[in-house]
Write a protein that binds this ligand. Sequence first.
Ligand code: CP
Ligand code: NVA
Length: 315
Amino acid sequence: MCGYYNLKGRDLLTLEDYTEEDINVILETTRYMKSRFYSGERIIPVLNGRTVALVFEKHSTRTRVSFEVAAHQLGAQSLYLGWEQLQLGRGETIADTARVLSRYVDVIVARVKEHSKLEEFAKYADIPVINGLSDLAHPVQALSDMFTILEKKGRLKGIKLVFVGDGSDNVLHSLLLAGSRLGMHLVISSPPQLRPNDRILNNAKKAAELSNATIEFIDDPFKAVEGADVVYTDVWVSMGQEALREERVKLLRPYQVNSKLMERAGNRAIFMHCLPAKRGEEVTDEVIDGPQSVVWDQAENRLHTQKALLSLLVP
Ligand code: CP
Ligand code: NVA
């Protein structure tokens, strides 16, 4: 496990401060964790006696369960702490909560409504803080997705990933940050009203200069998916945006990933979705349940990636 020590104690908020090498260490460690899992070694107790706190302000299935199982399989304990059950829900500050949790646990995984809350946790915690999704980014999802693409395609450099749908999506932001460091050909196909956050896009463009990645906007989804290796989509209405539902559905209807669009992409393309999916909106049943879909392997890989991450980041 080369580079094993260089990530100890680091936060993971967006990937903006992670290099290509950092990400490659995470991907190599994920491969190692997955291969040991499949050779029957579920428990690799490198975090014996440690505690992982999961502070969640929003719903979750995959992130919560995969982090809890990951902690267990590394010999650590996990504590699920719903925001409203903590004194946070009654107005205790994030700063005070972070200071106190730092005296009890070894890492905080937080899922928050506003990204600034994560930054606040990271500022006041003495232990690593990992983003389990915010309105801005979902880095653990993107890292795991990079691993899935590597497994399915054998490489990341030059891989054409086309994200179809909400161009301001948090998962897309993290795919941009990861893919731009790894030399991918990233295409965003979205209505012009929905574009990525400027700070994220500028960081990704800078990283792309170093890695020879490319970032392209092609608003017509049928044009965009030509020659794609990966067609990726996410929900049209993210958690917290429910009031925008009607407007979003109207705007994004032409961006549905259906069999017609996958036909244009061709047989080589795999279909990815971070899940949960809203079947019949951003993706049809025939695509998500079809032969090109890798979404269940994608969901499984969250476990292996997060075992790698916890083993690398937790001191
Ligand atoms: N993809 C993902 O993060 O799923 P959950 O919202 O279920 O955690
Ligand atoms: N963009 C989605 C991702 C869910 C994992 C959301 O924020 O709801």
